[in-house]
Design a protein around this ligand. Structure first.
Ligand code: CP
Length: 307
């Protein structure tokens, strides 16, 4: 077993075979969560701690549900009310919690590399739930699971990621994962938000959303980080919506059924109009449901294989 799946730090470190193993395992767990009794004893006796140093709705609840459905013991940590406010470091926080005999640590942190640091410090398996602008591997896995369920294969699928690619950990994990799985990846957004490193992955760059829509089978629309507007990295919200916002009129012009995805949370009426987000071709809530199954798979594969 290589280090990539003993911990799940990012998709950059995983092979196509390891990604396939996670997606195939998630398929079995998806069947479990569709049953009336959504629980299996797989991680009985295993203790999982969720360390969330940054806000989250979907990822935090999804991990907790996944852990409980695998019968693990679950401990939740959030910064507010913790000794972080007294100046305790990440290293001390994590080592003290692990001294209480935890087995798996799930971490979200605003600093790139926080999960990698813990993987070197702790005996526990470490799962990255989003680190800075680096990676959000379980989001990309659930995105790929959702696309594979819809299209049967990722091979040759044309996926365009729309929005702030430069600051998006979701975009990076999707690019690493999808290209390994044989999908064709495009990105679309303002030039200031498209990073220069994409050439090495064969990613196609679009600056015109209508051309991106013509090309793609799937649009994975990212949240525009409104707080970044002040930094002048893209025009006004109004202009963003005008040039890159996904709306019904744009999609109808393309005269084809395009699958719409979004990792959430959505800025309705900015990057994505509400009627499209809730429309027939939207898989946004399927992504959320599949996320529990994918996280069960990741917990299972790291939890049962920890050394
Ligand atoms: N997609 C995602 O990571 O959402 P949360 O920030 O709510 O966890």
């Amino acid at each position: 077993m290589n280090d990539g799946i003993r911990h799940l730090l990012g998709l950059r470190e995983l092979t196509a075979e390891e990604i396939t193993e996670i997606l195939d395992t998630a398929k079995s767990f998806r069947e479990v969560i569709d049953r009336p009794i959504k629980k299996v004893p797989t991680l009985q006796g295993t203790t999982v701690v969720n360390l969330f140093f940054e806000s989250s709705t979907r990822t935090r609840i999804s991990f907790e549900l996944a852990e409980r459905r695998l019968s693990a013991d679950v401990v939740n940590f959030t910064v507010s009310g913790s000794s972080v406010s007294k100046g305790e470091t990440l290293k001390d926080t994590a080592r003290n919690i692990e001294a209480m005999r935890t087995d798996i640590v799930v971490i979200r942190h605003s600093s790139t590399g926080a999960p990698h640091l813990l993987s070197r410090l702790l005996k526990s398996a470490v799962i990255n739930a989003g680190d800075g602008i680096n990676e959000h591997p379980t989001q990309a896995l659930l995105d790929m699971y959702t696309m594979r369920s819809k299209f049967s294969t990722l091979q040759g699928l044309r996926v365009c990621i729309v929005g702030d690619i430069a600051h998006s950990r979701v975009a990076r994990s999707n690019i690493f994962g999808l290209t390994k799985m044989g999908a064709r990846v495009g990105v679309c957004g303002p030039r200031t938000l498209i990073p220069s490193y994409l050439d090495q992955f064969g990613v196609i760059e679009f600056y015109d959303i209508d051309r991106a829509i013509e090309w793609a089978d799937v649009l994975n629309v990212l949240r525009i980080q409104l707080e970044r507007e002040a930094g002048g990295q893209f025009p006004s919200i109004r202009e963003y919506r005008l040039y890159w916002g996904i709306n019904r009129q744009r999609l109808e012009k393309a005269r084809k059924e395009l699958v719409i995805m979004h990792p959430g949370p959505i800025n309705r009426g900015v990057e994505l109009d509400g009627d499209v987000a809730d429309g027939q071709t939207s898989l946004i809530l399927d992504q959320v449901t599949n996320g529990v199954a994918v996280r069960m798979a990741v917990l299972y594969l790291t939890g049962v294989r920890k050394s």
